[in-house]
Write a protein that binds this ligand. Structure first.
Ligand code: 9D3
Length: 254
């Protein structure tokens, strides 16, 4: 998958290109990631990328031409016709990012992400060039760069081979629609808190059952919306019923 990000702040993306799983996947060529700065596509001596809003009001708006010229350059760079490129604008007005949205984006060979600044971009660029608008949630951020990185991280994690063999993408409990189980590491006791006995038992079948039960129970408790959206097998339903009965006992602070 090839992705070009159009941004006034390409340096911000070092957060994903220089660390961790994302860095390794990019270095391995699993995602071909590049950046274009609209400022490099300006014609005037002050390299103006923004201007005052028609109709008045506070703030500035990103101009169409530097964005359109950067997009044209992105298509050339990706050696793809415009129709073979999915153009996504990270925008507070977009549909919310979910695993289903990540999945549909990951079906494209060529993606351009537009990260906006100021009050946003001229609506005529959206009308003429944007295929999809995506938000990462209902809170106000300073621009589209962090949302673009959130989407890129989620996309990279789905590429076969991006996660070591130890963690696989489907094993991710969120991929199955469940929250994760609790995790523990050494020491066995810290400040009087012990590791659950089952995890020390060496009984792999019991451990697997306990982890699934914890995932089911926590999802039921914390995210009833997610539990409602999945079909539980009879075995899963039984594990959850047991969890619900046990957590209702007095003195259980789960
Ligand atoms: C405070 C300014 N707002 C009212 C006039 C509008 C506004 C403009 C630009 C609010 C945020 C932004 C910048 N945000 C993004 O570009 C953005 C975003 C976000 O703020 N929240 C969640 N997802 C996204 S995706 C892009």
């Amino acid at each position: 998958m090839r992705v070009t990000v159009i941004t006034l702040f390409p340096e911000m993306f070092r957060a994903i290109t220089e660390s961790g799983i994302t860095r390794r996947a990019i270095e391995q060529g699993l995602m071909e990631l590049s950046f274009l700065n609209p400022r490099d596509f300006t014609q005037d001596k002050h390299q103006t990328v923004d201007d005052r809003p028609y109709g008045g009001g506070p703030g500035m708006v990103m101009r169409v031409e530097p964005l359109a010229d950067a997009l044209a350059a992105a298509c050339v760079q990706m050696k793809a016709a415009r129709k073979d490129v999915q153009v996504i604008y990270l925008s507070p007005q977009g549909q919310s990012l979910t695993k289903a949205v990540v999945s549909t984006v990951s079906d494209n060979a060529n993606v351009v992400l537009i990260a906006g600044r100021y009050e946003g971009i001229d609506e005529r660029f959206i009308d003429a060039h944007v295929d999809e608008e995506i938000s990462i949630g209902d809170y106000v951020l300073s621009g589209g760069e962090l949302p673009a990185m959130v989407l890129l991280d989620a996309l990279i994690r789905k590429i076969p081979g991006a996660l070591g063999d130890r963690q696989s993408a489907e094993q991710d409990s969120f991929e199955q629609g469940l929250l994760d189980c609790p995790h523990y590491t050494r020491p066995e006791e810290v400040a009087g808190q012990r590791v659950p006995e089952v995890l020390m038992s060496g009984d792999h079948k019991r451990i697997e059952n306990w982890r699934l039960q914890q995932s089911l129970g926590r999802t039921w408790k914390r995210r009833p919306d997610l539990i409602g959206a999945i079909n539980l097998s009879p075995a899963q339903q039984k594990l959850l019923d047991l969890y619900i009965r046990e957590q209702a006992l007095p003195g259980n602070d789960n």
